[in-house]
Write a protein that binds this ligand. Sequence first.
Ligand code: PLP
Length: 464
Amino acid sequence: MARAESALGRVFELARDYIATHRDRPVWPLTSLEALRRALNGPLPAEPASDFDVVEQLARAAEPGLVATAGPRYFGFVTGGALPATVAADWLASAWDQNAGLFVMSPAAAVVEEVAGAWLLELLGLPATASVAFVTGCHMANFTALAAARHELLRRAGWDVEADGLQAAPGLRVIVGDEVHVSVVGALRMLGIGSRQLVRVAADDQGRMRTSALAAALAESDGPTIVCAQAGNVNTGAFDPFVAIADLCAERRAWLHVDGAFGLWAAASDALRHHVRGVERADSWATDAHKWLNVPYDSGLVFVAHPAAHHAAMSMDAAYLERSADQAREPMDWTPESSRRARGFAVYAALQSLGRRGVADLVDRCCRLARRFADRLSADDRVQILNEVALNQVLVRVAPSGGDPDVATDCALGAVQEERICWLGGTTWHGMRAMRISVSNWSTTEEDVDRSAESILGAVRRQS
Ligand SMILES: *Cc1c(COP(=O)(O)O)cnc(C)c1O
């Protein structure tokens, strides 16, 4: 016991000290691949080591290779930083080491999912009768939702896909927007629907699915059809027009799935909710908690308006997997995993910590800061903002008076990453290279945005 206590005590100090440096450390580490391998590699340990030494060695060797993704000036991908209460709850989840697969293995974990699930439906304005599952990320959320869709559409066509498989099943058509996230394509691939089988419909200049193109695609067949729309394009932050899409899907009895990894959180804000108008009419929704809700990895969420289909697609039975006799919800009946981390505790803590108002403030603040980024940067006439900054994403392109804008943009991006005041990634938007900013962290301030914008503008000036 003393051993465990001293190791946990040391972890507390290490974690506290690390978190305290978030604001000031170089956002990307100064180490190299070789140095990390040297520090971490070695022969397989032959003998046991003390808990304290294990923790100490790990922290010493790994820390130089950590990226301050949870800090206030990390704008790469779409990355939230864990709220203090959620880190604490996640520590408890590890210390308690609960298996959240079945009620009988952890009644508390099962009930926390039930409660947090109902809170999430209310917060996001989704039907209170929808089923909920806590998965590892939005990718698995897309997979789970689309498995439910596959079950339901084939069931309506008289086919039991769980029993009879897909090889001889009626064809399943999947329509996606041209700007579909790669995760939807990956999830469908695992469900037996290949990337070349997808029907892609045109998107507009912001990446929004064109309704007329969807109507034309839907009209081509009466067969079972899934339509995948998105809330929050990963480059521009744009939203598909859900009211029109939901009308079209209703006419054709198509299953409407929404990938809302970060954009679905607009539903929590009075100021932004109009972006997702109609989204509640979908059949399934996938989102992340580890992005905009700012909980630790790994935490994705899936909601399905047809609980029976969701259950049928995910549940498995074996004699030894004993279900509780009462009305308890069995977490593993709704997810691809069996044994599971109790990730519901951190989501529950996030909602307690922020409340409805806090979630709305977090989302609104990030969008305001994204706008501030765009304003600061576009004040320089060598900078072009490629998207309508309606949410938390900003696409920045360098347009020098002479020279190639793609080259100038990539050089500036490299210089920003090298300076390490902030970190952003690159992307290609409609054939143009761009720097990609995503503001998704609760701790980012105006000062962080101004310092980061200064770093970016400095790099731009050096290119031209
Ligand atoms: C991040 C993201 C995903 C994948 O989510 P993971 O949490 O990485 O599994 C899917 N769709 C969109 C739009 C995303 O931004």
